[in-house]
Design a protein around this ligand. Structure first.
Ligand SMILES: Nc1ncnc2c1ncn2[C@@H]1O[C@H](COP(=O)(O)OP(=O)(O)O)[C@@H](O)[C@H]1O
Ligand SMILES: [Mg+2]
Length: 360
């Protein structure tokens, strides 16, 4: 319904950029504000829990930019990474910084739509040098400049990014990094928490995890979201909250499509399909059987291994590698009982039980 106007707009499907459209997250925002003393803050959480939204709202009233690194990896080129920085600089709308950069680097100019990184600029300068320029800019403006790297583990193959962050950590007092990603991918892979040879190994970081909403908060989110659009909330909200397990991205998805008149079954099915597409991007024959083994809930390593082996040929090594990837990308969580699927919608998708939503 294009005519529907909602304020606050809790159900929009884009990353939230305005404080008023972000439900709650007081604690996370306060944590980000106060952890400015350390050059790196790490924001972890499962998929669709609201990491990008929290960071983007945090940046909305301060100098900085959000660099989207999704789908750059695992081995991005320098060209690709510089393009992501160019895009982030333009979204930031900090015109003084555009000017500042263009006056100091040959390959950067200012055009009608913002800064332009000319071809080859990535060969004539390094990311470290770019970060040093942010430092010079920030110190001349007497501000702290925040570089948020969203889903940074996706660019893990480009070691010079880690080297540049390490360099900036040590020398640039006005530059600060906020790194988002999944727990394992970010902390182990990118920061090299257990790898003494990693560039960022041993450097202190502040950490905050964005969590699921509780049942009460989920219900409150949905109710407020509908009222904000002048619409009476549907009767089924308790059941919806039960099914979507506090993942705010799915709650927003539900609200958005409900307002557009879709049935709950269609909405859940679309969500399930969306999630399966994401898993398919990983490409590999073990992922689906692993997820299917977890369709009913948590399972132990040995149960999953036996289940998978009954369905496809695999060695222990191949199996472990696939399981590790699923954890790294945040599809599967490791817990006391073994492993489980983090996202209820993915659980519905692999067990095909979204069909049960027929009679809602
Ligand atoms: N606190 C919030 N209030 C309202 N909507 C939110 C909130 N957090 C996330 N969303 C919505 O949920 C979806 C996923 O959010 P996003 O920030 O992209 O999550 P992540 O980065 O963790 O995958 C988006 O549609 C976003 O608008
Ligand atoms: Mg995100």
């Amino acid at each position: 319904m294009g005519t529907l106007s909602c304020d606050p707009d809790y159900f929009s499907l884009n990353v939230k950029t305005q404080r008023k459209d972000l439900y709650d997250r007081e604690e996370e925002l306060a944590f980000l504000e106060k952890s400015v003393e350390l050059p790196i803050t790490v924001v972890t959480g499962i998929r669709r829990v609201g990491k990008s939204s929290v960071v983007s709202v945090f940046l909305s009233d301060k100098p900085g930019m959000l660099v989207d690194l999704r789908e750059t990896g695992p081995n991005p080129s320098a060209r690709e990474l510089f393009k992501r920085f160019e895009k982030a600089l333009n979204s930031s709308r900090i015109k003084r910084l555009w000017q500042f950069l263009s006056e100091r680097i040959r390959g950067i100019s200012v055009g009608p739509f913002g800064v332009v990184f000319e071809r080859g600029v990535e060969q004539s300068m390094t990311l470290s040098a770019l970060f040093d320029l942010f430092e010079d800019y920030a110190s001349s403006e007497r501000v702290v400049f925040t570089i948020a790297l969203d889903e940074v583990q996706e660019a893990r193959g480009y070691k010079r990014l880690q080297a540049a962050i390490a360099h900036s950590y040590d020398y640039n007092k006005h530059v600060r990094f906020v790194l988002t990603g999944s727990q394992v991918g970010l902390l182990e892979d990118f920061l090299g928490e257990r790898d003494p040879s990693a560039y960022l190994f041993g450097r202190a970081v502040s950490r905050v995890e964005v969590k699921r909403l509780s049942k009460e908060r989920s219900l409150d989110f949905l109710n407020k979201g509908f009222y904000a659009c002048g619409v009476d909330p549907p009767k089924e909200l308790e059941k919806v909250v039960e099914a979507l397990d506090g993942i705010v991205g799915w709650l927003a998805h539900y609200g958005n499509y409900k307002l557009k008149g879709l049935s709950t079954k269609e909405i859940i099915k679309n969500a399930a399909m969306l999630e399966l597409e994401e898993v398919k991007k990983l490409r590999g024959k073990y992922y689906l059987p692993i997820l299917q083994s977890l369709a009913q809930g948590s399972a132990s390593w040995s149960y999953i291994f036996r289940f998978v082996r009954a369905n496809v040929d695999t060695s222990e090594r191949q199996f472990n590698e696939a399981l590790k990837q699923l954890v790294k990308y945040g599809f599967v969580e490791k817990n006391k009982e073994g492993y489980s699927i983090a996202d209820p919608v993915l659980r519905l998708a692999v067990s095909k039980t979204w069909k049960n939503f027929e009679d809602w």
